[in-house]
Design a protein around this ligand. Structure first.
Ligand code: NAD
Ligand code: GLY
Length: 359
């Protein structure tokens, strides 16, 4: 089992990566203190992994809350239902929330933990590749608003992250590819060595080779931890983790969070951002081609979904959280492994670049 520490002073926490963590009672005993525990999961994950988690808490007051599946339920209404459950059960400030699921459950439960009685502990048990490499680490928690993704949220770090690679065997192929989009992101923004490793090993990841997956999760988490340690509250540098996301989030909002998975939208968004970087003369053509090829090999979409209209997508980009005083900042690439944040670009070229990705 690998252990990575996210060093954030008194908010520091470990990420464990291994093949049999869900049944590791000792680990749970070490990190889940207190008697009042609420496991939150969804209808798809509960039949697969809830029992094995519950077995770790047979002597505690362990409650379960099961939500419907999907991004559509990452809402204030679901948040409110979790809070209601905690109050009905008279949970106090020493309770621990456990998020068992993908990024939707993790973001939602983290947000509930940040607000309940002004903040309680929570543990992330990410069950998608995307959640294991990205959303479970770093303390960003949120729910969506119909007008924009993740618009209501807080920074609230988990107390531990338990990433069990064995759960990835039940993931759909599309979900695996969506997670690989975020894995590729780390190579692109700050780790060219990892990008080259991905070029050499992408087929192993697609075939779910457990050693390759564990290595990719570890490298992703190390990169994410380093960025978060430098800029926890995203005053600047952390924005590079949003490479491709300005375009991706705008696509997702235009589709009302249906049709495409988050990672699929991010994959397409990274391609648009890389292409725009090339158009601005920042990124070499051959590097762009390598990026495009890797995204294609993973099976991520390389054109914007046909139900998205340009004007709607462009309007949605303006509510991006990287906007400052009405100016939209974008994360672009100087080269593979070197991302930066800028508002120094021509809107005309930006619009042309995006339009190229419409069917
Ligand atoms: P998700 O949580 O909807 O999970 C994807 C699907 O896989 C769901 O149907 C889920 O029920 C199912 N699933 C989960 N684990 C499974 C398993 N082991 N076997 C079979 N099916 C399983 O989506 P996601 O891609 O994990 O996360 C996307 C969300 O994460 C978005 O809301 C996004 O905004 C958020 N996110 C947050 C951060 C952050 O830093 N907080 C970073 C990236 C993404
Ligand atoms: N996923 C973006 C971030 O954590 O900052």
């Amino acid at each position: 089992m690998k252990k990575i520490i996210v060093n954030l002073g008194e908010d520091s926490y470990p990420i464990f990566i291994g093949g049999s963590i869900l049944s590791d009672k000792k680990l749970f005993d070490q990190y889940v203190s207190g008697n009042q525990i609420l496991i939150v999961t969804n209808e798809k994950i509960a039949p697969l992994y809830l029992k094995i988690i519950e077995m770790n808490f047979i002597s505690s007051d362990c409650e379960v809350f099961i939500l419907p599946d999907g991004e559509l339920h990452k809402t204030l209404d679901s948040f409110y239902q979790i809070i209601t459950k905690l109050m009905e059960k008279k949970f106090n400030r020493t309770c621990v929330l456990i998020a068992l699921g993908g990024g939707v459950i993790g973001d939602l439960v983290g947000f509930a933990a940040s607000c309940y009685q002004r903040g309680v502990k929570f543990i992330q048990i990410p069950t998608t590749l995307l959640a294991q490499v990205d959303s479970s680490v770093g303390g960003k928690t949120a729910v969506n608003h119909p007008l924009g993704k993740n618009m209501i949220g807080a920074f609230h770090q988990p107390n531990a992250v338990f990433s069990d690679t064995s759960v990835l065997k039940t993931l759909d192929d599309r979900e695996l590819s969506a997670g690989l989009a975020e894995v590729i992101k780390y190579g692109l923004i700050r780790d060219i060595k990892f990008f080259c490793w991905l070029e050499d090993n992408i087929e192993l990841l697609i075939s779910r080779d457990s050693d390759a997956l564990a290595y990719a999760i570890e490298r992703s988490c190390v990169n994410k931890a380093e960025v978060v340690e430098i800029d926890e509250k995203e005053t600047g540098y952390r924005a590079i983790l949003n490479f491709g996301h300005t375009f991706g989030h705008a696509i997702e909002t235009s589709l009302s969070y249906k049709e495409w998975l988050h990672g699929e939208a991010v994959g397409c968004g990274m391609l648009i951002a890389a292409n725009f970087s090339k158009k601005l003369g920042l990124l070499e053509e051959d590097q762009f081609n390598r990026i495009q090829l890797l995204i294609q090999r993973v099976g991520l979409p390389t054109k914007i979904h046909q139900n998205v209209e340009f004007d709607c997508m462009y309007e949605n980009m303006k509510v991006d959280k990287k906007s400052r005083d009405g100016i939209l900042y974008l994360v672009l690439l100087k080269s593979i492994g070197e991302a930066f944040l800028t508002s120094d670009y021509s809107e005309k070229i930006l619009k042309e670049s995006i339009k190229k990705y419409f069917h």
